[in-house]
Design a binder for this molecule. Structure first.
Ligand code: FES
Length: 370
């Protein structure tokens, strides 16, 4: 469509005679809209949700990027887990692997989301993962891409899954990592929208052999680990309209980062309050800048650090730590919010009790010990 034709179509559609200055912006937006049909709207028939997908991405990639809990396994057309039915619009094949579908399914407009991209706005019928029980336990061999040490006792470990076997999980869940018989369970610190790259925040602890192998460099970049998971039910209440309060102790930041970034990708408008408690002997929490940077992408984001009396090298009074955290919270906000807590188990028990005694309903409390 030429510029002149586009202007004529626009003026006719909008009952305009001669476009005036005030209409110029609308005309330009209209033109750009037509030139920009690289992005299409994908509407889910059942779930009444939608997302935008580039014509260059598979519909599966587009959905995952927007934080949607899509069912998938292989991402290359062999397993059939990502089946969907096309209700309206058209799609184009980007990978030639349709043999996971029967002839009846093909005749019925069923297609594989990992093998097709949108050619127009489309409507599809697909089941999203409803809860953690619908995600199968997976065993995947992953490779360490990078280990970044912060100080003497914190390691940020990035791993990659094979492209053909990414991990299906919900934000906030954890996995077991094993290496030569050493096994430990860690929360995933990254969002499911980047399923090929997973991040873990691992504190050096004497009783954790796996962490010791990282700090002694027996586990290093390019080491292969066995991953088993996902596990746990510390996941986001995606349909809640309440504010969200996140309370982390030290590396309890990891699953909370996954939840908050999942919340961004879902474009949830809920206000977020993040309290990060840490030992006062550290000058700041280990990813303080990162937690501060969320204010640039969220309209209503409040971040507060809580320095607690705590000595990593000896036994601590967990009741006292829980009370310090409790005293720093805004209780008016807390009682009207979904409250996600990730702290050591003893702190969690005391803190949970205090919050419930102060009027928080049990259904608003989502907790996971680290
Ligand atoms: S994810 Fe396996 S066929 Fe699409």
């Amino acid at each position: 469509m030429t510029f002149i034709t586009t202007v004529l179509v626009f003026t006719r559609v909008n009952n305009l005679t001669t476009p005036k200055a005030k209409d110029i912006k609308r005309i330009l937006l209209f033109i750009m809209g037509n030139m920009n049909r690289h992005i299409f709207n994908i509407q889910f028939e059942k779930n009444k949700r939608n997302f935008e997908c580039s014509k260059n991405d598979s519909i599966l990639e587009g959905g995952l990027r927007h934080g949607l809990a899509m069912r998938y396994e292989c991402s290359n057309g062999t397993c059939g887990a990502c089946k969907a039915k096309l209700i309206k619009g058209s799609v184009k094949k980007s990978k030639h692997h349709d043999y996971a579908l029967s002839k009846d399914e093909l005749d019925d407009n069923t297609f594989l989301m990992c093998c097709y991209s949108p050619k127009s706005d489309i409507e599809i019928d697909v089941d999203l993962i409803g809860d953690v029980k619908s995600i199968p336990l997976q065993k995947i061999q992953v490779k360490i891409k990078d280990i970044h040490f912060i100080g003497d006792d914190m390691a940020i470990v990035s791993v990659r899954t094979p492209r053909s076997k990414t991990l299906q999980f919900m934000a906030g869940q954890d996995v077991e990592l094993s290496f030569k018989g050493m096994v430990s369970r860690y929360p995933i610190a990254s969002c499911p929208c980047h399923a090929i790259g997973l991040e873990f925040h691992i504190r050096s602890l004497k009783e954790d052999e796996f962490s010791q192998a990282i700090f002694s460099k027996s586990i290093k970049t390019k080491s292969k680990l066995d991953l088993n998971g996902p596990k746990g039910v510390f996941v986001l209440k995606e349909l809640s309209t309440k504010s969200m309060v996140f309370i982390a102790w030290d590396s309890g930041f990891a699953p909370i980062r996954s939840l908050v970034e999942h919340e961004f990708s879902l474009e949830m408008p809920n206000p977020v309050y993040f309290y990060w408690a840490y030992p006062a002997t550290d000058s700041i929490p280990y990813f303080d800048n990162y937690a501060q940077s969320w204010s640039a992408v969220m309209d209503e984001y409040h971040y507060q650090t809580i320095a607690c009396e705590f000595d990593r090298s000896s036994h601590n009074d967990c009741h006292k730590v829980a009370k310090q955290i409790y005293d720093s919270l805004n209780h008016q906000i807390i009682n009207q919010s979904e409250v996600y807590i990730c702290t050591p188990a003893e702190v969690l028990i005391y803190l949970g009790e205090m919050l419930l005694e102060n009027g928080l309903d049990e259904s608003q409390l989502i907790a996971s010990p680290i």
